[in-house]
Design a protein around this ligand. Structure first.
Ligand code: A2P
Length: 273
């Protein structure tokens, strides 16, 4: 088939159509994918957009997805769960390179550097697919301009659910293009702290419990725990997780900030449950 014929078949039929360029399945319930980036789309690392497909009724079926790629990237990456009877993800999990999806080019969100006051150490607390905005922020030069130390914790039920995050961090540490962009040695600032709650792994337990009993600080050699003068945090997980972490951070004296009022921590719900 001549190329022109093949591409003619794939001509945009959706509103705000973008083309899928890559799909990777991580587990039975997790996958990541990349799509073309609209030339006009500007976003801040950590923000989310609405993406989706046409529903059976012909209307767009959209959900909020954190952009997992950094703001400078040419493509947009997303990280998603697959819910077998989920209205969107039951379909979305079958997308293939060359397929199209809908992407509303209106990025928003609170997990942005602008919403935090200056500090020395930043904590990224994620559960499950809540890792996605941090996949963006870990490749964002400002993260390393603003902080001396970047601690990313990721709590999942099973070991395989950590793969996306772990592989991403490993690839960041070996990425010469990133080192050139951000500065040699930037990756040495990253400290990765994965935990599982169901399947056996080297570090087990909810991060909330490990913070409360001081295990995290002992493991990372941090004296005095989290301090409001120097520590900043971004949180992305389930509602219950966000609620519990918020209480812990407030106990350490940190206050929740927003774009309009930067403070010491910010929270966003991991979308698509
Ligand atoms: P747990 O296995 O103890 O529920 P889920 O798959 O339900 O979204 O959860 C993702 C991870 O987040 C799991 O490891 C889960 O631990 C953990 N988690 C769920 N709720 C909380 C919470 N309120 N505080 C801390 N961790 C939580």
């Amino acid at each position: 088939k001549p190329v022109s014929e093949a591409t003619a078949v794939k001509a945009p039929v959706l509103p705000d159509a973008q083309t899928v360029t890559e799909v990777k399945h991580w587990t039975d319930s997790l996958f990541s994918f990349k799509v073309s980036r609209p030339a006009s789309l500007r976003f801040r690392s950590g923000e989310f957009v609405m993406i989706g497909l046409l529903g059976d009724n012909g209307k767009p079926l959209l959900r909020a997805y954190s952009i997992a790629s950094p703001s400078w990237d040419e493509e947009l990456e997303f990280y998603s769960i697959k819910v077998q009877d989920g209205p969107l993800t039951s379909k979305l999990q079958h997308i293939q390179p060359g397929d199209q999806l809908i992407l509303r080019p209106k990025p928003v969100g609170t997990l942005v550097h602008d919403a935090l006051l200056p500090g020395k150490r930043i904590w990224f607390f994620a559960t499950g697919t809540g890792f996605a905005p941090f996949a963006s922020l870990l490749r964002e030069p400002q993260t390393y301009e603003d902080y001396d130390e970047v601690i990313i914790t990721h709590t999942c039920r099973d070991v395989a659910e950590l793969d996306y995050g772990r592989e991403l961090i490993e690839s960041i540490k070996q990425d010469e293009m990133l080192a050139e962009l951000i500065g040699e040695g930037f990756a040495d600032k990253i400290r990765y702290y994965p935990t599982t709650t169901r399947e056996e792994s080297p570090k087990m337990g909810r991060i909330t419990e490990l913070l409360k009993d001081g295990t995290v600080f002992a493991d990372l050699g941090i004296e005095g725990g989290i301090k409001s003068e120097t520590d900043r945090a971004m949180v992305c997980g389930s509602l219950a997780f966000n609620h519990d972490i918020k209480a812990i951070l407030e106990d350490f004296g940190l206050r929740e900030g927003a774009n309009s009022e930067p403070k010491e921590f910010v929270i966003e719900k991991a979308f698509v449950g």
